[in-house]
Write a protein that binds this ligand. Structure first.
Ligand code: GLU
Length: 495
């Protein structure tokens, strides 16, 4: 594949705000940045943007970090890893922001604003009533320095606003192409609540500059922040990075993905039995498509290595990307099929132990056989426990379940006796799927397949749906098979 974009040694970052659990949208942003670093030989940096003191929580930061590690999106620089451009948690970087806040205030590029919340709210309402969008009217722009000093001396509360230049801001978005914003419609933004409480649009610029970020790739919900940030770069005399805004993620109704949609937390997908590799494979299609051709390029089930090989920023789409759960389930099943049995075992155990206890892993060979039987069929690891229970303990089931259509109890009992006889005479070593078929199938043809195989399968599994009887018998072995058939017999005579 040719990459028209010439990107060399990019420095990209994932800069989450720990104000909520790590969600699908953030994971997708992290993935795209990680891929750009991998694809174009760059560095992937993790920075925590925790300037919102009230909403930022260390449990959310931990959740984000755990989620990134689970997805295998490891970073080269940043939190936990260190690097030359730290600190990588914004709350530890306040002195730097304070220095630059003074710089822009002293240069007259930003100013103290003493307007109260009430005054601003009244102006907001007024604009609304005229059907206009509210934009700060610059009231405090024109305060004289004496007035400012007096208010500061009187300890009047203030915020710091940036003087937004009334000009056009144009940038070439990697994904959306040429994007234009009119600065005069934006108004003067609050960039800090005070010198120790800087806000996102300010800190992001300082950090992206100081960390030498070359490409800012983030969700489209940030696109309206971009002109505000470019204006700050220009005020500080810094070149701005290249921006790329990933399309919105939509639900099936083409509405923006929200909490109402159901699971949006990455950890929920993990708990629900999705594989990290499948989720990655799914997330990449939320905004990107491989080249349509034959061979690897047309494949939808992709490993991380294949993704890195195929990824290119040119193929990131502008249009919103629909989150389709069925596709995720399908991809997950496909990735489960591709795993080695040992890997599958490792992943499966953590879903089985909470249901069946540690004993489930006592006999690994046995467990492996059970898992091998289900690896091709299962879509989610969390479905496994519900499918394999009867291999560990026969559930209590109603005797009527043994009956195939209108079979009488007497006929059922005859068939079960016949099966007990057949298996009793078979040596343990011949208890294989093949051998069992050889001796049972001729009888099944004589007596009716359903009449013989249905009660056999129910006796073995105690379930309406299960794996086939021969496969079950090969795994549970002769004595357990006979034991279960005796139980079935008893149910018939008791019922
Ligand atoms: N902290 C911002 C967020 O979590 C990051 C935005 C950006 O990438 O610039 O949405």
């Amino acid at each position: 594949m040719t990459n028209k974009l010439q990107i060399n040694n990019p420095r990209v970052r994932f800069a989450p705000s720990p104000t909520g659990y790590f969600h699908i949208g953030s994971a997708r942003t992290a993935l795209f940045n990680w891929l750009v670093a991998k694809k174009y030989g760059g560095q992937f940096i993790l920075r925590i943007e925790d300037t919102d003191v009230e909403r930022s929580k260390s449990e959310f930061e931990k959740d984000i970090i755990d989620g990134l590690k689970w997805l295998g999106l490891f970073w080269n620089e940043g939190l936990e890893m260190g690097g030359q451009h730290g600190p990588y948690r914004q709350s530890e970087n306040l002195n730097i922001y304070e220095k630059y806040l003074h710089q822009v205030v002293d240069a007259g590029q930003a100013y103290y604003c003493f307007c109260s919340e009430e005054e601003l709210e009244a102006k907001r309402q007024d604009a609304l009533s005229r059907g206009e969008m509210f934009r700060y009217d610059g009231h405090c722009r024109s305060l004289s320095s004496e007035e400012v000093q007096k208010k500061l001396k009187n300890k009047e509360p203030f915020v710091i606003r940036f003087k937004m230049p009334e000009k056009k801001f144009v940038f070439n978005d990697l994904i959306r192409g040429k994007v234009e914003f009119d600065g005069s419609l934006i108004g003067d933004q609050v960039i800090a609540k005070n010198f120790r409480l800087p806000l996102y649009n300010f800190t992001v610029v300082i950090d992206d500059h100081n960390m030498q970020i070359t490409h800012v790739i983030r969700g489209e919900d940030h696109i309206s922040n971009t002109p505000k940030q470019i204006a700050l770069y220009e005020a500080l005399g810094w070149p701005f990075p290249i921006f790329g805004h990933l399309p919105l993620i939509l639900d099936e109704n083409r509405a923006k993905l929200s909490k109402r949609f159901g699971a949006v937390a990455v950890n929920e997908y993990r708990r629900n039995g999705y594989l990290a590799e499948a989720l990655i494979n799914f997330l990449i299609f939320l905004g990107w498509h491989p080249e349509e051709k034959t061979g690897e390029g047309a494949k939808e089930v992709l490993t991380k290595e294949e993704l890195i090989r195929q990824f290119s920023l040119e193929r990131v789409q502008k249009a919103g990307a629909v989150f389709n759960v069925e596709k995720l389930d399908w991809l997950n099943g496909e990735h489960i099929k591709k795993m080695s049995l040992d890997d599958f075992l490792e992943q499966a155990v953590s879903f089985l132990i909470p249901v069946f206890g540690e004993k489930v892993a006592d006999n690994i060979d046995y467990l492996k056989k059970v898992l091998a039987l289900h690896q091709e069929r299962v879509k989610k690891l969390s479905d496994l426990a519900g499918l394999v229970g009867y291999f560990f303990a026969l559930p209590d089931y109603p005797g009527e379940l043994l009956s195939w259509r209108e079979m009488t109890k007497a006929d059922l009992a005859i068939n079960i006796d016949l099966l007990i006889n057949l298996f009793s005479n078979l040596e343990e070593a011949n208890f294989t799927k093949k051998q069992l078929e050889v001796i049972v199938m001729p009888e099944a043809e004589k007596r009716g397949r359903g009449q013989l195989l249905w009660p056999l399968r129910v006796a073995l599994s105690g379930a309406k749906n299960s794996a086939g009887p021969f496969e079950i018998m090969e795994i549970i072995g002769k004595s357990e098979t006979l034991k279960r058939l005796e139980i079935a017999k008893k149910k018939l005579s008791n019922g």
